[in-house]
Write a protein that binds this ligand. Structure first.
Ligand code: NDP
Length: 503
């Protein structure tokens, strides 16, 4: 089968990426092999930059979901992975990371094609995925237990044990890094895994399944189920899963949590956001403008930590916005694989429609739109980045997650005012503070209700930095030691040593 690709796009692809698209439709990867289609249901893989359906994939049926969980259960129970020496698990995961690194350019091209993001951003995603895998590979041999203080005649120890079968449901905006936040710690500590990527962007996750086989990860340890929301819902209510890690919208997160309640399965939820960027009058302007732009224009605003609310000192509001709009107009919007693209399309026509409707509604409610550069013509799902001023607090655009390149601007008069505006959201994922006064930064950061606060910077991720939200942005942390805590369980072992010698 030859994937339908614009010749100009096909020419840009490395042979590995082209061959991957030209192979038979993607199908579920279960118990170490791609499985012949059981479901007749196919979903298109669309290039958002051209609107062309490149190829299709077979969605996992409910039997596939049950088989994947069964395969993961069997692989966990017979110890083919969990009972390996930690050194062996570490070595295997490092080897797997090396394979991903080896293929990183091809995988970045696939990710760019599938999501629409500029290739330069996709390259960073794959590098992050490799780094997270290596980080947790290292943890496999570093994890320690504890001797627990107890009455003298008892010897009590706490050891960290694997949970069992872990499932992950991931969104389309950062498919591989978000998968790795979940898979890397799960595998490092001996768990087995079932992943359901988003129907909008399954390519890199399915490619990764192939690398798991090549790396000699034992059959059944990693299973991948391409499919839509129904596949995700079947997976979250499947018996035999010990933990579900979900990243996606708040509404779907609530559905996942409800389903998990029936089986009493542990969940972590990384959900949406409406993150504020607070700019004080004494901020380093150049850094702040760059930080605000990166915070909202990266991945065309389709990022959970998008700094989508600029809250700015009234004294610098007009001048700052003028400069921000001027620089935004210099951005090049284009196909993700085209050299020189700063901002790609949105992931789907539906997402673009939703974003454009929200902007039109905001303008109808009185906001003033300062448009960015004109998007290219054609059938790609492009939209212009928009800066919105005169945004009234409490309006839809100020309240709801847009998940697109839209920045609202609201002025503040005092520090208290800034903090109140920033915290006035049902979300609490991230926040940015820009000020050259250390005291301001510390005081404000302490008062912001967010899982992560970046000061004089924005959007810094690292495998060792815990990440997650509060309020409607979810609960639980990923990365860093939090990954150890969420993918292991403490087991207490108590030995009665007897009364001992009388003296
Ligand atoms: P969705 O919630 O629509 O989808 C997330 C995943 O859940 C997808 O794989 C989806 O499948 C699946 N799904 C859909 N319905 C169900 C269901 N009933 N049960 C189980 N799984 C289901 O989110 P998006 O993909 O649209 O991603 C955007 C959202 O993700 C935004 O709100 C964003 O803020 C959030 N996000 C949060 C991050 C964080 O770390 N906090 C990071 C990145 C994104 P399918 O796509 O195939 O329908």
């Amino acid at each position: 089968m030859t994937a339908k690709l614009d010749p100009s796009v096909r020419d840009l692809l490395l042979p590995d990426a082209r061959n991957w698209l030209d192979r038979p439709p993607l199908s579920p990867f279960i118990d170490g092999a791609f499985r012949a289609a059981r479901s007749e249901h196919r979903l298109p893989v669309v290039d958002p930059g051209s609107g062309v359906t490149m190829t299709e994939y077979v969605t996992a049926s409910s039997e596939d979901v049950a088989d994947a969980v069964r395969a993961a259960r069997a692989a966990f129970d017979d110890g083919r992975w969990s009972e390996l020496d930690p050194e062996a698990r570490e070595a295997r995961l490092r080897y797997l990371a090396g394979l991903l690194d080896r293929d990183s350019e091809a995988v970045a091209q696939l990710e760019s094609l599938d999501t629409g993001k500029p290739l330069a951003e996709a390259r960073l995603d794959i590098a992050e995925a490799v780094a997270v895998l290596r980080y947790y590979a290292g943890w496999a041999t570093k994890i320690e237990g504890a001797v627990i203080p107890a009455p003298r005649r008892l010897l009590a120890t706490g050891t960290r044990e694997a949970l069992g079968v872990c499932a992950a449901i991931t969104p389309w905006n950062y498919p591989l890094p978000i998968l790795m936040y979940k898979l890397a710690p799960a595998l490092a500590f001996g768990n087995t895994f079932v992943a359901k990527p988003s129907e909008q962007a399954p390519l890199s996750t399915v490619y990764f399944a192939q690398l798991c086989a090549e790396a000699g990860i034992p059959d059944g340890v990693v299973n991948v189920l391409p499919g839509g929301g129904a596949t995700g819902a079947t997976l979250t209510s499947a018996p035999g899963i010990d933990k579900i890690a979900f990243t996606g919208s708040t509404r779907t997160g609530q559905a996942v949590m409800r389903a998990a309640a029936d089986t009493l399965t542990k969940v972590t939820l990384e959900l949406g956001g409406k993150s504020p960027q607070l700019v004080f009058a004494d901020a380093d302007w150049d850094a702040a403008i760059k930080g605000v732009m990166d915070g909202i224009w990266t991945n065309a605003g389709q990022i959970c930590v998008a700094g989508s609310r600029l809250i700015i000192d009234r004294g610098i509001h007009d001048e700052f916005v003028t400069e921000l709009v001027r620089r935004t107009r210099q951005l090049t919007i284009g196909h993700g694989l085209a050299p020189g693209t700063h901002m790609g399309p949105l992931v789907s026509a539906a997402q673009r429609g939703r974003v454009n409707r929200m902007v039109a509604h905001a303008v109808a409610e009185g906001a003033e739109a300062h448009d960015g550069p004109t998007p290219p013509e054609g059938n790609g799902f492009f939209t212009a980045p928009a800066v919105l001023t005169n945004v009234a607090p409490g309006t839809q655009i100020e309240r709801d997650e847009v998940f697109g390149p839209v920045l609202t601007v609201v002025p503040f008069d005092t520090e208290d005012d800034a903090v109140r505006l920033a915290n006035n959201s049902c979300y609490g994922l991230a926040a940015g503070v820009w000020s050259t006064a250390n005291a301001t930064v510390h005081r404000v950061a302490r008062r912001l209700r967010a899982g992560i606060v970046w000061a004089n910077s924005y959007g810094i991720f690292h495998p060792s930095l815990p990440f997650g939200g509060v309020k409607s942005s979810g609960f639980g942390r990923e990365l860093g030691f939090a990954g150890v805590e969420h993918y292991t369980e403490l087991k207490t072992t108590v030995i009665d040593l007897g009364p001992g010698p009388a003296n």
